[in-house]
Design a protein around this ligand. Structure first.
Ligand code: UDP
Ligand code: G50
Length: 410
């Protein structure tokens, strides 16, 4: 049912079912939800919930740009009550937000049901909210689907991990997913080794609730992850698994550029075709300063043209280090003829389509993997945190399966 979408035309009649999409925090979760909302809005009445205030400024800019470009997607704002995080010192702000939304889910649900412009036909929620939202939706008799924003491989891990965890008393080791792959211990998201972290019990409960959802949409496609999709559908991984629909790669939305590093496009325009290595580690993966310097030296020694997006903090608005100080004296001057280093938001979708970009050194956030696949850009995987190592294992299928099926030339 997902087809390429055009810019929305306002004033469309409110026909068909009313789908309410509830994204979670972080651009990696919000971006695929916006894409799905835009696609579905050509077919039925769609509302997307904005949970405010957002954690990052990138989310806030994205939401306002998205709703003004897609007036057919109805906006439902929910102000999240303050969440007491004193029991979780130094916790990742995005994990705190996942917990905060789950705790306020009953309030969000009541408001949706009483204040929506049209009765709610079904919910499409983020995996991070399934602990609270799946049972709530059931209690109100509303069908509830999950849009899984990472790979089907990660979905299989989420579905199997609770079974492993409940039957294993020692430290976490290699995990053999029923009917599927072996996940080596080094690939398992680091957070899951520590049951005291706010994220770990949530991850386990989210995984248990997968089979209680009415269906799962995954931002992947058969040519990328056929074996995993088959194993999930045949309920090898978790008994009683609901229908799994591959809806990806979700297509980019058409919105005016978010204000960002404006020197990037003019610089790329001057570079030879397929000459530039684009280096980025996503919207929330901060890199330690020493590693940033090492990476800089590596890029310099490589002799390649490069466009490098540097991030030093998890939340974008906290980042106020100067590039010169970060990279070491003289670095920018030494590489100025062939390297551009920027801090802050870049329009990755546009960059990956630029004729000068030949390859992508990526952290393997799943959106980045699907965007590289869509535009036929080679990737060098440097997974760091969370689900990235599991996703990275699938990124090689882009060249073996996806590009052949889709006639991409990379
Ligand atoms: N992104 C972007 N510009 C940036 C950083 C990220 O456009 O400077 C987009 C990227 O194209 C992707 C999303 O933000 O759509 C990040 O999601 P991903 O799953 O790749 O990684 P995460 O940021 O969640 O680690
Ligand atoms: C960070 C992390 C570990 C981890 C993830 C992180 C994800 C994201 C997707 O972002 O896997 C996801 C979130 C919650 C969930 C399932 C999948 O229940 O440190 O796994």
């Amino acid at each position: 049912i997902l087809k390429p979408h055009k810019m929305a035309v306002s004033g469309k009649p409110l026909t068909g079912p009313h789908l309410v999409l509830i994204p979670s925090a972080g651009m990696g979760h919000l971006t695929p939800f916006s894409r799905l909302a835009a696609s579905l809005s050509d077919l039925c009445h769609v509302t997307m919930v904005s949970i405010l205030p957002t954690v990052s400024s990138a989310e806030s800019s994205h939401l306002s740009d998205f709703f003004s470009s897609y007036p057919d997607v109805h906006s439902f704002k929910f102000e999240l009550p303050p969440f007491d995080s004193s029991a979780y010192p130094n916790a990742d702000p995005f994990f705190l937000r996942f917990e905060g939304i789950n705790q306020s889910a009953p309030d969000l649900m009541t408001r949706l049901l009483t204040k929506s412009s049209k009765p709610v036909s079904a919910l499409i929620i983020d995996i991070t909210l399934s602990t609270s939202m799946v049972p709530l939706a059931k209690s109100f008799g509303i069908p509830c689907y999950i849009l899984f924003t990472a790979s089907a491989a990660m979905l299989s891990f989420c579905a199997y991990f609770p079974t492993y965890y409940d039957s294993n008393s020692g430290p976490i080791g290699d995990i053999q997913i029923n009917g599927l792959r072996m996940v080596p211990v080094a690939t398992i998201p680091q957070a899951l080794h520590n049951p005291k972290l706010i994220f770990t019990p949530l991850f386990i409960q989210n995984g248990k609730n997968l089979s209680k959802a009415d269906g799962i949409l995954v931002n992947t496609c058969e040519s990328l992850e056929k074996d995993t999709l088959v194993a999930l559908r045949d309920a090898h991984v978790q008994p009683g698994f609901p229908p799994v629909v591959a809806v990806g790669p979700l297509l980019p939305v058409n919105i005016p550029a978010i204000s960002g590093a404006s020197e990037v496009s003019p610089w790329l325009d001057m570079q030879p075709e397929k000459s530039v290595v684009y280096v980025s580690f996503g919207s929330r993966a901060a890199m330690p300063k020493e590693q940033i310097r090492e990476l800089g030296l590596g890029l310099e020694a490589s002799g390649c043209q490069f466009l490098w997006v540097v991030k030093t903090t998890v939340v974008d608005s906290h980042d106020n280090t100067e590039l010169e100080e970060l990279l070491g004296e003289g670095f920018l001057e030494r590489v100025k003829d062939r390297g551009l280093v920027v801090k802050g938001w870049v329009e990755q979708e546009e960059l990956l389509q630029h004729k000068a970009v030949g390859s992508f050194v990526s952290h393997c956030g799943w959106n980045s993997v699907t965007e590289a696949a869509l535009h036929g850009v080679r990737m060098l995987a440097w997974p760091r945190l969370g689900d990235q190592r599991i996703n990275a294992g699938i990124s090689s299928n882009i060249y073996t399966n996806y590009t052949l099926v889709n006639n991409k030339n990379c």
